[in-house]
Write a protein that binds this ligand. Sequence first.
Ligand code: SF4
Ligand code: SF4
Length: 441
Amino acid sequence: MDIKLKKKASPYGVKVPENKLSDKIPIEPAPLPDKVVIPLQQNIGAPCKATVKKGERVLVGQKIGDSDKFVSAPIHATVSGEVTGTKMVINPPTGQLVNALIITADGKDEWLELDVPQSPESLPVKELLTRIRGAGIVGLGGAAFPTQVKLSPPPDKPIDTVILNGCECEPYATSDHRVMLEYGEKMLRGLNIIRKILDPKAVYIAIEDNKEDAISHLEKLIANSEFRDDFKIVPLKSKYPMGAEKTLIKMLLGREVPIGKLPLDAGVVVHNASTAKAIYDAIYEGKPLIERVVTITGAVKQPKNLLTRFGTSIGSLINYCGSMNKGANKLIMGGPMMGIAQFDLDFPVVKGTNCLVVQESKLREEHDCIRCGKCIEVCPMGLMPTDLARYAKAGRYDECKEKYIDDCVECGACAFTCPANIPIVQYVKVAKKELAKGATR
Ligand code: SF4
Ligand code: SF4
């Protein structure tokens, strides 16, 4: 198979200031929290029901929530201690209120005995999928889609290509970058598990060329491993949103994912670098997903990449980084392009939290559209962002639907480039929510 556009820049998207303040800072474990707040839904799909009760003692890695729905992922305790209550929190991927369990830590960090297979390499595919689901793994690039579902394409949709997404195109974020550098070998073994499950003809590792150290490190690891004939690294020109799945597939393979369809409709499955590392942990070490690397950056004293237990409050992580700089007034979970502003420092880190950016932000006044067409030029999905914003603002949601609003990946490239400061993505989000409720006008 040909790699058509290696090292070329996407004709779409925008060049954004990268601000990778923490890309040279090694991962360190965040302090163990005294208390965790663990939402019972941290993924796209069905929420979990609690499998433990108030007053119960739990161990690290013990399952505390699960669902019998196919598109779901169980949730595990991230500290040892006692379940002391519940509270309602917002689920970042869906924006809806979900129930969360509060666990007060006992400081012992006592783990459940892990079920480590004797010969991980020889586990059958069914067993691999069962273990990946059991570990609660979801896409760690931010989308939080249950991984075993993505690894179970329907039989009439054969997958010929797997792409490991190491682009991390969102400004500021460096968690995947550090995972590739510090856990590269484990990540490659996790990728090999993905390969074993999907049996594709080709496996590519896509990395933006602003991560030269990760590219050369992984090239060396692959050259000295049994994967040397199987995994190919493809450096891509850094341009936002190169890491969006459909952009990546187009740039790497020259394939279009049809409007309203998924990558698997183009014979491709894309997984994130940190997800592959989590698959390694689950299969080789029997570890459920209880922590991830989170970049804390922007207007903080000392940006860091912290290996953080889920349920840790975002405020405690910011304090650990020496607190916010004077004048900082905005906290974004995810990153400035696709992230979600947070208003509560008690909000917990969840599976989809790759980055927390503190900013000194000025209010930008929205003006009328001047029909310059810049937003259309940069949209990686070939949409008409100006129309989407106009219809959404007027509540004409059925017309948003006709303009393929469902295909908007909410990358924010249009809003970034708009000279009228129109918050296009916010309008899109509102329209999508209204459409999901069945509203048309
Ligand atoms: S319309 Fe959606 S996909 Fe297109 S640039 Fe704007 S946010 Fe990105
Ligand atoms: S970039 Fe902004 S001002 Fe220009 S057409 Fe798009 S919405 Fe209108």
